[in-house]
Design a protein around this ligand. Structure first.
Ligand code: AMP
Length: 279
């Protein structure tokens, strides 16, 4: 695996590879890698001959300075995992090489209703930061295909819209959520859970499955209300547990439409998100 710290050098290298006919797959991450991230690398490897991963804890997408300061960083282990996974290129820049001092974020405000709700409402400016960094990364890497996790479902909708508007030549993939054996969605933030919280955390997925098992016209509303109560009890602090239209994220109006259950819950000091396609 080749490591680049400077975008200009990455760009030159990839330009050469592209000229040689390489089909480039790209997996952007914030590091502290786990098997969920590696599953994206594996999927990229299956259809691309050159796989680029980026590790960059993007300051502009953090609306909480403490979350940014305490975001787990494990660069040596990440490099080892990527080597083992057969990733070809790692881009691991410093913030000062990515952003100009006082650079303004791009705006995602006109992306549609879906940008205004859930993570968009709870984390003001978050998606502007996502759009800003991905616009830079996509321009530097010029990937043929990009791989994102369903774990960040709303982010997938944002990336699809960004691609539609600015990078229509890129093929987008949304990859399945990898879970721990007990059902907890893998996340870099899981290491912040105390042993006690880690034991309780699988209740999030269990509760989602419970709603899923009542996914019929008569029962879903009551099942959702019961689940909301369950995930509002200490030490859980529920931000949202909602069923939306899977394309627009508008509140569900009819039972039949393509729907998704989305959750954000704070457990102790750790904010966790997860989702489940319905049915
Ligand atoms: P992050 O490093 O958290 O920004 O995540 C980088 C990419 O990995 C994003 O596209 C995430 O959606 C994806 N990802 C994170 N957790 C998982 C998981 N448990 N399973 C599959 N993909 C994941």
């Amino acid at each position: 695996m080749i490591l680049f710290k400077q975008a200009s050098q990455l760009f030159l290298y990839l330009e050469k590879k592209r000229a040689e006919g390489a089909h480039i797959g790209f997996v952007p991450t914030m590091g502290a890698l786990h098997a969920g991230h590696i599953s994206l690398i594996d999927q990229a490897k299956a259809s691309c001959d050159l796989v680029v991963c980026s590790i960059f804890v993007n300051p502009t997408q953090f609306n909480n300075p403490n979350d940014l300061a305490t975001y787990p960083r494990t660069p040596e282990r990440d490099i080892q995992l990527l080597e083992e996974a057969g990733c070809h290129v790692l881009f691991h820049p410093e913030a000062s090489d990515v952003y100009e001092p006082n650079e303004q974020k791009l705006s995602s405000a006109d992306y549609g209703y879906f940008i205004t709700v859930l993570e968009g409402a709870k984390r003001p400016g978050h998606f502007d930061g996502v759009v800003t960094i991905l616009t830079k990364l996509f321009a530097w890497v010029e990937p043929n295909e990009v791989y994102f996790g369903q774990k960040d479902y709303q982010q997938c909708l944002v990336v699809k819209e960004l691609i539609k508007r600015k990078f229509p030549e890129i093929k987008f993939h949304m990859c399945a959520i990898l879970r721990e054996k007990d059902g907890l969605a893998m996340s870099s933030r899981n290491v912040r859970l105390t042993a006690y919280e880690r034991k309780l955390a699988p209740a999030i997925y269990e509760t989602m499955l419970e709603v899923g098992s009542h996914w019929n016209a008569n029962e879903w509303q009551e099942a959702l209300a019961t689940a909301q109560t369950k995930l509002s009890k200490e030490p859980f602090n529920l931000e949202y547990l909602t069923i939306c239209n899977a394309e627009t994220l508008e509140p569900l109006s009819t039972f039949e439409e393509k729907a998704i259950l989305l959750v954000a819950v704070v457990l102790g000091n750790t904010r966790l998100i997860d989702n489940l396609m319905l049915p």
